[in-house]
Design a protein. Sequence first.
Length: 282
Amino acid sequence: MARSRQHRRTHGMTAVAGVVCCLGLGLGAAGCAGGDAVAQGPPAGDPVQVLRTAADALVEAGTSQTRTSLEMAAGGTRVTIRGEGVYDYRRRLGRLNVRLPQDPAGAADRRPITELLAPGALYMKNRGAGVPADKWVRVDTATLSDGNLVTGGATDPFAAAEVLRGTRSAQFVGRTEVAGARVRHYRGTADLDAASQAASEVNRGPLGAAAKGFATARVPFDVYLDDEGRIRKIRHRFSFVNGERHEPVAVASTTLLYDFGAPADVRLPADEDIYAGRIAQE
């Protein structure tokens, strides 16, 4: 499906692209790092090099469950979107149930949107007005200026990991826990241009688009690695300029990964199950 951009105002804030643009972006914390950092020395290895290869440990792990949170702040308003599902790092396929925030008018909670993440595509079910209940909406992620890092209301977990391939600077913060797992906390900055050049083939285009589409290619992050080098939690802070209101928008995307090896049977919809009609404005 070609680029579909719709705009709506939420307490004076205009949302952007795809499901997020129609219904509001969000950031937030999908799971929290708990416990005080243990007073231990830093691990061996240069933090920059450790983080540039962190995505490889996810491929080796194969699959995991994930919780995501996306929060957007603009004009004094914050909107948060949360998701939960599974991801297959070898096939680059994921399934999320994304829950949108309550309607500002006070209506009942919206039904979750089912999203399928795939190389080059984002599929959404229960997309909203004008789409039959049994049909999927397909978005060609190559057409998205953010590389689908925020458009779907969640960041593709493997794309989130591959942003770290562009790590320019990083430091070891300390040891702590995330969801009961012992982890090493790192803080640093990645460059989306560099990440796109070092990423796997499926993410080179999207990360390159994000480097051009965001207000800056510089992405501050906090990431937590377990003893096997797997990402347990990662939080990125993106920035873009709202095209309609020309105001800066701060986006924080948090991804929590757990239960590695969990079943992740993700099947993409058949062509006849994809909606080809016009999506109604909400």
